[in-house]
Design a protein around this ligand. Structure first.
Ligand SMILES: CC(=O)[C@@H](O)[C@H](O)COP(=O)(O)O
Ligand SMILES: NCC(=O)COP(=O)(O)O
Length: 251
């Protein structure tokens, strides 16, 4: 597994991080070992994914601890470990030292990640958390809403990356969607101007990815649920290839 070199990760290439959480959702539905999320990561790597994202939730509803261990041991792509800001998850991240850790909010009752991390309100508790991960050579990303308050909080926390939650963009249409896209673009520019690498993710699909991919400062998109759903019909390799082609065409 690749590790972050501690330097600025900004490049012109728009990277695709494939989130394999929902391969594990299907696996866990029967309590067995198939389909294997690590096999999905291997297929994604073979067809050109730039990284793998996996969300180890506190309730282990999909990705499990052993999945993270196997991803680290068997997959050569950078692993972006999504995690809540808890002592348990910090210990796991420090044990594995993935390429990156993306700090996300978690509510047990939520169906999926409903909003961004409140980096502004949680500044004091996040400060040592971010520092410990950075000291271990893990590239820290904060999964936040595209707002000036949250970007400024990320700057104060010294996070090298932010990932904008695109759920509100993905679930709106017409003028409200355009307005949300503008917020994301403005916040990507604000982050980049302050030396923070902007990413985006959540709810992105073939139909809505292009306008987000066209935002020049955005360096990485993390996409999962839609790709795994599409894989049911045309195979994971094909869905990843198609998403990468759409992202490249938008630049
Ligand atoms: C943080 C994020 O947007 C995704 O990783 C999402 O969390 C996928 O996992 P869930 O669908 O379990 O939220
Ligand atoms: N951080 C977003 C992510 O990893 C994937 O979100 P989704 O595509 O599963 O909604």
């Amino acid at each position: 597994m690749v590790r972050w070199n501690g330097g600025a990760a900004m490049t012109g290439h728009l990277r695709l991080g494939v989130n394999i959480d929902h391969v594990a959702t299907v696996r866990n539905a029967r309590g067995g070992e198939h389909p294997d999320p690590v096999r999905a990561a291997r297929i994604a790597a073979e067809v050109g994914a730039d990284g793998i994202t996996a969300h180890l939730r506190e309730d282990r509803r999909h990705i499990r601890d052993d999945d993270i261990a196997r991803l680290m041991g068997e997959i050569d792509l950078p692993l972006n470990l999504e995690m809540a800001a808890t002592d348990e998850m910090l210990a796991i991240a420090l044990k594995h030292r993935p390429h990156a850790a993306c700090i996300v909010p978690e509510k047990r009752e939520e169906r999926t990640t409903e909003g961004g991390l409140d980096a502004y309100g949680q500044h004091n508790s996040l400060t040592p958390f971010v520092a410990r991960l950075l000291d271990a050579g893990v590239r820290v990303s904060l999964f936040i809403e595209p707002s000036p308050e949250q970007v400024e909080a990320a700057i104060r926390l010294g996070a090298p990356v932010v990932e904008f939650h695109t759920g509100r963009y993905a679930h709106r249409v017409g003028a409200p969607q355009v307005e949300e896209l503008r917020r994301i673009a403005d916040m990507a520019a604000l982050a980049a101007k302050n030396g923070i690498e902007p990413h985006a993710g959540h709810g992105l699909t073939f139909d809505n990815v292009a306008p987000v991919a066209a935002i020049p400062q955005i360096a990485e998109l993390n996409i999962g649920h839609f790709l795994i759903g599409e894989a049911i019909f045309g195979g994971l390799g094909e869905s990843v290839r198609e998403m990468k082609a759409l992202m490249a065409a938008a630049r």
